[in-house]
Design a protein around this ligand. Structure first.
Ligand SMILES: NC(=O)c1ccc[n+]([C@@H]2O[C@H](COP(=O)([O-])OP(=O)(O)OC[C@H]3O[C@@H](n4cnc5c(N)ncnc54)[C@H](OP(=O)(O)O)[C@@H]3O)[C@@H](O)[C@H]2O)c1
Length: 260
């Protein structure tokens, strides 16, 4: 199946490691042009170097900046539009469930989680949707989490923010349909990679693999970031042209609900 992504302009936020990086790589494999993003300069340039070695430097660009901040999102838009006339595919990947406090009702924690996981994607969309509307075609992918679907023990503010992305997907897909833009949501389960949150958790609590993953996940393992990335790329492509407003759960069978 040809995904027909050659020379498409793809922006993947928070993508110098993890799911975002894997997503950028799969798009590059498909011949798309990709701009990646992260805050740490060394990590970002290291990723650009590695991906350039594999796929050539012509199709990859990078923007360093904290995209929880509106001024950086505006600079990101300027940067993108200095390179491309528009954006075909936008993957809003920024998110974090790492708590700074054990108090799951801490208001400052809620504010932080809502800012990173909900308001930052909204700020990104507010800047980039008008750009995408101009071309009357395109695809937007939001990244939620299974903790937005059902109770997992994750911080409440994170879970609430990720639930809200499901509602945003549904509302936005209806608004943007007339502009030829599809909006879909990916819902990952537990994704392990070096330097990621699960590596950190397992270092402190190695028993989690037996007590949580083996017990709760029918496939009894973590996902690899590429197992999420390939679905993101498929949903972005014309091969899923009748799919909008969809919520795709990729969790090794962990969530128990039947559909949504
Ligand atoms: N991993 C999982 O098990 C899992 C499960 C369900 C859902 N998710 C969701 O999947 C998405 C990706 O998660 P992940 O675990 O792959 O990534 P991650 O480890 O949380 O983040 C990796 C990337 O985000 C960048 N980043 C972090 N904060 C940033 C900021 N403020 N501005 C710009 N870039 C930033 C990092 O670079 P710098 O540090 O250099 O900025 C890095 O490139 C998130 O939305 C997450 O909530 C993950």
């Amino acid at each position: 199946m040809d995904l027909n992504l050659k020379n498409k302009n793809v922006l993947v936020t928070a993508s110098s490691s993890g799911i975002g990086r894997a997503t950028a790589e799969v798009f590059l494999q498909e011949g798309a042009k990709v701009i990646i993003n992260g805050r740490n300069e060394d990590k970002l340039t290291g990723t650009v170097k590695e991906l350039s070695l594999k796929y050539g430097s012509g199709n990859i660009g990078s923007f360093r900046g904290d995209i929880t901040k509106i001024e950086n999102i505006k600079s990101l838009k300027k940067f993108v539009l200095s390179k491309w006339s528009g954006v075909d595919i936008l993957v809003s990947n920024l998110g974090s469930g790492k708590p700074l406090s054990n108090n799951k009702l801490s208001v400052s924690e809620w504010e932080r989680f809502l800012d990173i996981n909900l308001l930052s994607p909204v700020k990104l969309l507010d800047e980039f949707v008008p750009v995408m509307k101009k071309y009357k075609s395109g695809s937007i992918i939001l990244i939620s989490s299974i903790t937005g679907l059902e109770r997992t023990g994750a911080p409440y503010g994170y879970a609430a923010a990720k639930s809200s992305l499901l509602s945003l997907t549904s509302n936005l897909c209806a608004e943007l349909a007339d502009f030829g833009i599809r909006v879909n949501c990916i819902v990952p389960g537990n994704v392990y990679f070096k330097g990621g949150r699960w590596e950190e958790i397992l270092r402190d609590q190695p028993e989690i693999k037996d007590k949580y993953i083996d017990k709760e996940v029918p496939l009894k393992r973590f996902a690899d970031p590429y197992e999420i990335a390939r679905s993101i790329v498929f949903l972005s492509s014309g091969c899923s042209s009748f799919t909008t407003g969809a919520v795709l759960v990729i969790d090794g069978g962990q969530t128990r609900r039947y559909g949504l």
